[in-house]
Write a protein of this length. Structure first.
Length: 151
């Protein structure tokens, strides 16, 4: 999914939560929305690592082009080329944020909510588009990593 899609769904989701639970506060609302989108900073870091280019606009266009190319492949080819790992995607980063919320500051719970929403959307999107169940466990994605994928 693109950041704009995560942003729109994050705003709607956080808005509904805010209406149901006003004690979330505006800060909680913004933390949920921000974490729903900013978890994808790892995609940007991968782009920088592959290309050496720091342009956010170029990164966005690069991923759009890759996405179009990726959609033309068969389900089997998609699964094969989708071998990449994203350091903020997976159950393990969620556990780290949960521990931060529990032991450091309860505001991390809002970040955890946004990250969980993002992960849910990514997994649903991946299953729907034939990528398989990627990004669920970071350790598994690192294990099967063999390069940045679709070049």
């Amino acid at each position: 999914m693109y950041p704009s899609q995560h942003l729109a769904i994050g705003i709607i989701f956080a808005g509904i939560l805010f209406l149901i639970f006003p004690e979330i506060s505006i800060l909680g609302f913004f933390l949920i929305v921000a974490s729903t989108v900013l978890i994808d900073v790892d995609h940007y870091l991968i782009y920088i690592g592959i290309t050496g280019d720091w342009s956010l606009k170029n990164a966005y266009n690069w991923y759009r082009a890759r996405g179009k190319k990726f959609k033309k492949l068969s389900r089997e080819e998609r699964k094969e080329l989708g071998k990449c790992f994203f350091i903020f995607h997976g159950a393990e980063p969620l556990i780290v944020v949960f521990l931060l919320a529990y032991f450091v500051n309860s505001l991390f719970y809002f970040i955890l909510i946004g990250m969980c929403l993002h992960m849910f959307l990514d997994v649903a999107f991946g299953v729907f588009h034939g990528y398989g169940f990627r990004k669920i466990f970071l350790v598994y994605d690192i294990y099967r990593f063999d390069g940045p994928g679709l070049e």
